[in-house]
Design a protein around this ligand. Sequence first.
Ligand SMILES: Nc1ncnc2c1ncn2[C@@H]1O[C@H](COP(=O)(O)OP(=O)(O)OP(=O)(O)O)[C@@H](O)[C@H]1O
Length: 210
Amino acid sequence: MDKNIIEYRDLSIIHSHQKVLENFNLTIKKGEKLLIRGKSGTGKSTLFLCLLGLIRPSKGDVYFDNLPVNGNSVSFVRTKVAYVPQDVDVGRDSVNEFFDTIFSYNAVGFSPSFEKIHRLFEWFELDVSILKKEFKSLSGGEKQRIVLILSLLLERNVFLLDEPTSSLDSSLKSKVVDYFVNDPSLTVIVISHDPQWEREGLRVVDIPNI
Ligand SMILES: Nc1ncnc2c1ncn2[C@@H]1O[C@H](COP(=O)(O)OP(=O)(O)OP(=O)(O)O)[C@@H](O)[C@H]1O
């Protein structure tokens, strides 16, 4: 576990004249598990969006697998990273249609097996009948688990999880944390205020107020 997978070098972000991050440095090694904490508005989600090329830094660079994230590398980065945002809106689609849409993209290039879908539904305590329901009609906790399952079905090794357990009860939180923390092949960066993520071996990074 000694190869750097993500590096924020001297990153500064200014959103509409407001300084959000200033000279921020962070190096993440392959297989590491990181918990990002900090007050609301300190720029935690912005760190994820910079890595995905959705926000351009005002100063500094982000590197993924030693490549600077820019117009040439961003599609590569997006095929390697699974991003779970705080809120997901998929219109009126059923869960099945939502999955079909994601797996129809050329950048994904495969469909998950039914066994894998069923195994994950079982692990996260969801009934497969939910596949037929409108995503919009699900409870907050069901939606969170569906999006986490989707991120795992993508078979990527780097996970950016933005408050992924905020709507789950304690026992489900623990299952989600177990799943992501116990697999040494995964690099996991989670933004959460939930103490359940504070596991041994997980590095805590506090984003300062500026
Ligand atoms: N596209 C944008 N344009 C202008 N301001 C933005 C933009 N995106 C984010 N911001 C501002 O940048 C700051 C940091 O936002 P960010 O979402 O990264 O914070 P956060 O630490 O993840 O917050 P929270 O814990 O509340 O989710 C906030 O003040 C936000 O309003």
